[in-house]
Design a protein around this ligand. Structure first.
Ligand SMILES: [Zn+2]
Length: 253
């Protein structure tokens, strides 16, 4: 399922149990986001004669950085962009970034957005779109936001996550959201238990079940869908978010 934009595509490679590695391609160059493992990425790029120019890391967890150093063996000139504050846990980063910094890759501007909560130094990468050219903005959000859910609070508080999700919530409505895990169905099955009468959640769950039954992924999602169907994005206070997070953490399905 390749998503075509004006002159680039963003392709998913599902790996491990539920990770998705996103590969963003323009011409003969590629950027990889959070490579959990390297082999399928190397094969995919080599089969298409593509050159890796950069790896974007959202945070330090193994299922996001596990393949990066192997990729660097094949493409030693590739940069590795990661949060400067996380240099201790992502020591192979070659371009260290901070909140609000802008970097350029594939002739595209990318804004770094700091989103603590899942981990202390988690960052997202935002590609502003163009209304004139009808190109939707893109967000690579790692484990901060999932379709219908959000990341577990390993190193941050409910308030951290609330503030981080608020930054995402304020992006343009049609921002395409590229999450790092396919958790959508389980998230919505949980949400529908909490809000059994919610027509938006029920409708989205139905669509998601249909896609999954055909073996398709449900991502990317977009902000318009998440504003309607994601209880964490909809939470009005950090207290509400914290309660939802605890409930979800203890939910056995
Ligand atoms: Zn993680």
């Amino acid at each position: 399922m390749e998503r075509k934009y004006k002159d680039f595509i963003i392709h998913p490679i599902p790996v491990l149990k539920d990770n998705i590695i996103w590969i963003w391609v323009k011409g003969d160059k590629a950027v990889v986001v959070d490579p959990a493992i390297s082999k399928p990425v190397i094969e995919w790029l080599n089969n298409r004669n593509l050159k890796l120019i950069s790896v974007l890391q959202t945070h330090h967890h193994d299922d996001h950085i596990g393949g990066t150093q192997e990729l660097l063996k094949t493409w030693p000139k590739s940069s590795v962009i990661a949060a400067k504050a996380d240099i201790g846990r992502i020591p192979f980063q070659t371009q260290s970034v901070i909140d609000n910094e802008t970097v350029h890759l594939l002739e595209q501007e990318i804004k770094v957005i700091e989103v603590p909560g899942h981990t202390r130094y988690h960052i997202c990468y935002y590609l502003p779109g163009s209304l004139d050219l009808k190109i939707n903005p893109v967000l690579f959000c790692g484990d901060t936001l999932f379709s219908g859910g959000c990341g577990r609070l390993f190193e941050g508080s409910a308030l951290d996550m609330f503030n981080s999700l608020r930054k995402i919530k304020n992006l343009p409505e049609y921002t395409k959201i590229y999450c790092a895990h396919e958790y959508t169905k389980a998230n919505l099955e949980w949400a529908v238990q909490i809000k059994p009468e919610d027509i938006f959640i029920k409708k989205r769950l139905k669509e998601v079940c249909k896609l999954r039954s055909k073996g398709l992924i449900t991502l990317p999602t977009n902000l318009s869908i998440e504003r309607k169907t994601n209880l964490f994005i909809r939470a009005k206070t950090s207290k509400e978010l914290g309660e939802l997070r605890s409930h979800k953490d203890n939910w056995k399905g």
